[in-house]
Design a protein around this ligand. Structure first.
Ligand code: RM4
Ligand code: MN
Ligand code: MN
Length: 432
C-alpha cells in the first residue's frame, strides 16, 4: 500500500501530557469521593480498560436515509480504508479492538492481505454479518419477497448458501460468530402465512446452524418492522427466543436497541434473555422513533445505563456461560463517523462504569422492603456520578487519547484523507 497519513503515538503522548495534570486532579478527587462510598476507583478503571466493543465496518462510511445520502469528505473507499478508519478509533479510544464485517458489502478480495492488514493495525474481527435483505450484483434469484423464509425453495437455498459462505469467510478472518438479520416479512394482511413463513425460516436457519464450527455462535437479530411494514418474520425477542431455542445452544439472540417499538422496556428483555441463557449480544445504537441508528446514548442514556445495570448484575451473579458480544450498529448521516463511533464507544464505557458503581446491597434491600423510592435513588446516585475521569484515565493508561475527539480534530486526519482518497462513485453500500 502507498504511504498514508497515520496519527502517531507521539502525537497522543504530546497532547496527553498537556491534559494529564488536570485529569490527575479530577481522578484523585473522584477516588476520594468513591472510596467514601466503599468503591475502589482502580477496580472500576481496570474493568473499563478491559471493555471492548466491535465497530461496524458499514458505520465508518457516511450513512443516509431512504431519501438521500450526503457523502462526507475523505470517505473510506474499500475495506482497507475502512480498517484504517477503525484503527484510528481504536488507537484514540482503546475501546474498539475488533471490527464486525458485512458481506457482501465488505467482502475482501484478498482474505490473507485483509487479515494481515488488520493485524498490523492491531485489529481483530468480531461477528460477520450476512446480507439477504438486498440483491447482490449478479445474484440469480431476488430477495424481493424474502430470503430465508421465501416461498421458493431455490431462493431459500441461495440465501442459506450465502450465509454458509459468510461463515467460511469469517473462519478465514478469525471470527467466531455469524449475525443473521433478515428483512423478510409482508406489507399486506394476508400476504404471508405467518406459520409457514416461520417454518421455512427455521428450516433454512437449521441448515446454516449445521454449518457452524463447534466454537462459533449464530446471533439471530429481531426487528419489529422495516423493510416489511405489516409483519416481520423475526419481529421480536419472543420469536427470536423461540427460533434460537429450536436451533440449539450455539444460537443466541442479538438485541439491536433500535429494533423495538418506542418505549419498549429493553432492559427487561435483556434480563429475560440472560435468565434463560440466550443473550448473544448487542447492536448498540439509539433511537427516538424506530430503527434510527443514532449514536449510542444520544437519545436515552438512562436506558443504556439500565441495560448495563442488568449486564453488571448478571456478571456479578455468574449468570453468563459466555460473555455477550458487544457491537455498535449505527448510521452516521450528519457527523464524521469516526467522531460518532469514538464517542459512542466511550458512552458505553460510561454507562458500564456507572453500573459498577451501583450500591447493590442497598438496591437489594430496597427491593426486599418494597422501598421504590430508595431503589430508584440508588440507581440514580450511580447514574448521576460523573465518571469521565475514570474513562479518560483508562484510555491514557492504555496509550489512548485523554481527549479523543479533540485530538482527532487537531490531527486533521479527515483533511489528509480527503487528499489521499479522491472522491469516487460509491463503491460499497452502508446503511442507506
Ligand atoms: C439492519 C440491522 C442489521 C444491519 C443492517 C445494516 O436494520 O440492524 O444488523 O446489519 O440494518
Ligand atoms: Mn443491527
Ligand atoms: Mn437496524
Amino acid at each position: 500500500m502507498t504511504e498514508t497519513y497515520r496519527i502517531q503515538e507521539a502525537d497522543i503522548a504530546t497532547q496527553n501530557a498537556k491534559a494529564l495534570p488536570a485529569l490527575q486532579e479530577d481522578y484523585d478527587a473522584l477516588r476520594r469521593r468513591l472510596s467514601r462510598n466503599g468503591s475502589d476507583i482502580e477496580t472500576i478503571t481496570s474493568a473499563v480498560a478491559a471493555f471492548g466493543v466491535a465497530l461496524p465496518s458499514w458505520g465508518v462510511g457516511t450513512g443516509g436515509t431512504r431519501f438521500a445520502r450526503y457523502p462526507g469528505v475523505g470517505e473510506p473507499r474499500h475495506i482497507f480504508d475502512k480498517l484504517e478508519d477503525c484503527a484510528v478509533i481504536n488507537k484514540l479510544t482503546r475501546a474498539t479492538p475488533t471490527v464486525s464485517l458485512h458481506f457482501p458489502w465488505d467482502k475482501p478480495s484478498d482474505i490473507k492481505a485483509t487479515r494481515q492488514f488488520a493485524e498490523e493495525l492491531g485489529l481483530g474481527f468480531d461477528a460477520v454479518n450476512s446480507n439477504t435483505f438486498q440483491d447482490a450484483a449478479g445474484q440469480k434469484l431476488s430477495y424481493k419477497y424474502g430470503s430465508l423464509s421465501h416461498t421458493d425453495a431455490a431462493t431459500r437455498a441461495q440465501a442459506v448458501e450465502h450465509n454458509i459462505e459468510c461463515i467460511e469467510l469469517g473462519k478465514a478472518l478469525g471470527s467466531k460468530a455469524l449475525t443473521v438479520w433478515i428483512g423478510d416479512g409482508s406489507n399486506f394482511a394476508g400476504q404471508q402465512h405467518f406459520t409457514r413463513a416461520l417454518e421455512r425460516y427455521l428450516e433454512s436457519a437449521k441448515a446454516i446452524y449445521a454449518a457452524l464450527p463447534a466454537d462459533w455462535h449464530m446471533y439471530i437479530e429481531h426487528k419489529l418492522y422495516e423493510p416489511a411494514f405489516y409483519s416481520t418474520v423475526i419481529a421480536d425477542w419472543g420469536t427470536n427466543y423461540l427460533a434460537a431455542t429450536q436451533l440449539g445452544p450455539k444460537a443466541r439472540c442479538l438485541v439491536d436497541l433500535g429494533h423495538h417499538a418506542p418505549n419498549t422496556n429493553i432492559e427487561m428483555i435483556v434480563a429475560r434473555l440472560i435468565q434463560f441463557g440466550k443473550l448473544g449480544g448487542f447492536h448498540f445504537n439509539d433511537s427516538k422513533y424506530g430503527d434510527d441508528d443514532l449514536d449510542s446514548g444520544s437519545v436515552n442514556p438512562f436506558q443504556l445505563f439500565l441495560i448495563f445495570n442488568e449486564l453488571v448484575d448478571a456478571a456479578d451473579r455468574g449468570a453468563f456461560d459466555v460473555a455477550p458480544a458487544y457491537m455498535l450498529d449505527q448510521s452516521h448521516n450528519v457527523t464524521d463517523p469516526i467522531e460518532s463511533l469514538m464517542s459512542s464507544a466511550i458512552e458505553l464505557q460510561r454507562r458500564y462504569a456507572q453500573a459498577m458503581l451501583i450500591d447493590r446491597a442497598r438496591l437489594e434491600q430496597a427491593q426486599a422492603e418494597n422501598d421504590a423510592l430508595m431503589a430508584l435513588e440508588t440507581l440514580k446516585a450511580a447514574f448521576n456520578t460523573d465518571v469521565a475521569p475514570i474513562l479518560a484515565m483508562a484510555r491514557h493508561r492504555k496509550g489512548g487519547a485523554i481527549d479523543p475527539v479533540g485530538l482527532y480534530r487537531w490531527s486533521g486526519y479527515r483533511r489528509h484523507k480527503q487528499n489521499e482518497r479522491p472522491a469516487t462513485a460509491r463503491q460499497s453500500a452502508g446503511i442507506v
